[in-house]
Design a protein around this ligand. Sequence first.
Ligand code: ZN
Ligand code: ZN
Length: 148
Amino acid sequence: MDEIRHEAMRGGCLCGAVRFETTLTATESHACHCEICRRWVGSALVCVTVPPDDIRFEGAENIRSYRSSEWAERAWCDRCGTTLYYHLLVGPQNYEVALGTFDAPNGVPMTLEIFIDRKPDGYAFAGDHPRWTKAETEAAFASAGEGT
Ligand SMILES: [Zn+2]
Ligand SMILES: [Zn+2]
């Protein structure tokens, strides 16, 4: 277990043009298997939720984003194409930062998979955590006032 991640979790893109830092204390990840995430990432989006007031970017001028729905945008590094984050534009406006962009991505257990019935059948994540279907996911987000 890497102690420093509870004080400052740092990360960045492949080419280094975009760097970020968060003082995240709740370190858990979740995976989304929805079709939009699948096409965007090439497989599942595995990400960590970061509140908007707890992330600081360097090289933000290199960040480009795509408005994938009325309620969210998806961002990448314009130099190297690295998937950076899904950003909720409504409600808590959280960032869902791609786990793979963190410098020290270990010790962050996966606690939830959503849209499990949209997952390609050729791969699966290990672990004993909840796996919500599309209907279960949409019901949960509707009650929370969030989109996907
Ligand atoms: Zn880059
Ligand atoms: Zn998704």
